[in-house]
Design a binder for this molecule. Structure first.
Ligand code: 9MR
Length: 376
């Protein structure tokens, strides 16, 4: 969709008007913002807003579907596009789930965010053996050539390489992945060049995690990631943007806003786009009241988004799930053990509450924080 400046301004005004009117009708500003859909807030400043989805949840849960259609303009396949899912045995394609997600998106006018072509975390067993024993780039190229054209009409952004950085191993900061061991560090530029062939107009991204906090590992990750981008830029490799996974984690403290700002200024200087690709919040204190937990999650989300959304090259935000019902973040047994006796009534902490909607698809404070930051 092409929006000109006037229509963007009028959408923003419309949203402000809606929030003000609801506030006038007796709803608090927070309540009014909680009622604003994320999609309305995001579109007001020409951003896309998405969620990760698993095909089976989309298939069987109509409430989930309704929530997606109300809140989102984009979907990221949580599993179905990854190599291990798409080609479980050599030459046998298993793209039924991915086709279903893409058809749902097409039918409802949503975009799909292509995640992820090369990821060390999802290589089919046969390809792992191939990479280890008889590396043949043709197999990697085949995967790119199969997936990109098949969904090219509905996918604009592609995570071509996912999580290539790992600290503490090599001077260049590259992860010691099966791809690196098989083809050397040039596997990144090779995959981007191939991706450009099979998607001449797609936005080609590198997606990375662990870039938000003030600790040595994340300081190193930010530095090494920028160095990688600098090397790719100097060789004119087709790279259009970077994905910030943004798995926020309250156990690490609060996000380091100044470092994120500086990092994003560098990215802007390289002329690259930015997408927040996997936003969610791991909690640190499950024994707090539900209200306190939701406030802490919302505050961290707001701190992060207000820092990131300040940059004009940010194009969209995706959360890694929309409702706590389908979050990869779990309260582990170890964590439960640490809270012995915290719940006198025998209840328990329930689910991790780090997504905008609760398990019954009701908006939480994180939703309001996202709506207000997106709308600002
Ligand atoms: O949430 C995803 C989980 O359901 C899958 O089992 C797993 C392996 O495919 O991948 C998870 O998603 C990861 C994403 O693809 C890359 N960044 C980290 C995400 C959480 O582990």
């Amino acid at each position: 969709m092409v929006l000109n400046e006037t229509s963007i301004l009028s959408r923003r005004n419309l949203l402000r008007w809606a929030v003000t009117s609801l506030a006038f009708c007796g709803f608090g500003k927070q309540a009014a913002l909680a009622m604003a859909r994320l999609r309305t807030a995001a579109e007001a400043r020409e951003l896309f807003i998405g969620t990760a989805v698993a095909a089976d949840a989309l298939r069987r849960d109509s409430s989930f579907k309704e929530a997606i259609l109300a809140e989102c303009s984009s979907l990221t396949p949580e599993l179905s596009m990854k190599w291990a899912a798409a080609e479980p045995s050599r030459g046998r394609l298993e793209l039924t789930d991915m086709d279903e997600i893409a058809d749902f998106a097409r039918f409802n006018g949503l975009a799909v965010y292509g995640h992820a072509l090369l990821w060390h975390g999802s290589i089919p067993h046969w390809a792992e053996v191939m990479l280890r024993e008889a590396p043949d780039w043709q197999h990697v190229r085949n995967h790119i050539a199969t997936v990109m054209p098949r969904y090219g009409d509905v996918v604009r952004y592609w995570d071509v390489v996912n999580e290539p950085i790992d600290t503490g191993h090599r001077e260049d900061g590259l992860r010691d992945s099966p791809f690196l061991r098989a083809f050397g560090s040039s596997y990144i530029e090779r995959s981007l060049h191939d991706a450009r062939v099979f998607s001449p107009r797609g936005r080609l991204m590198i997606n990375e995690y662990g870039l938000e906090y003030d600790n040595q590992v994340e300081r190193d990750r930010r530095y090494l990631f920028l160095k990688l981008i600098e090397r790719l830029r100097s060789k004119n490799v087709p790279l259009d943007g970077i994905g910030l996974q943004a798995h926020l984690d309250l156990r690490k403290g609060t996000v380091f806003q100044n470092a994120i700002k500086e990092f994003l200024q560098e990215i802007e200087g390289f002329g690259l786009e930015v997408v927040v690709t996997e936003l969610d919040v791991k909690e640190a204190d499950y024994a707090a009241s539900a209200e306190q937990r939701d406030t802490t999650v919302a505050d961290e989300t707001r701190r992060y988004l207000e820092t990131v959304l300040d940059h004009a090259n940010v194009k969209g935000v995706t959360t890694w799930g929309l409702s706590d019902r389908y979050s990869w973040l779990r309260v582990t047994d170890e964590e439960l053990g640490a809270y012995k006796g915290a719940w006198k009534d025998g209840s328990g902490p329930g689910l991790n509450r780090g997504l905008p909607l609760d398990a019954m698809f009701m908006p939480k404070r994180m939703h309001a924080a996202m709506a207000s930051t997106l709308a600002d």
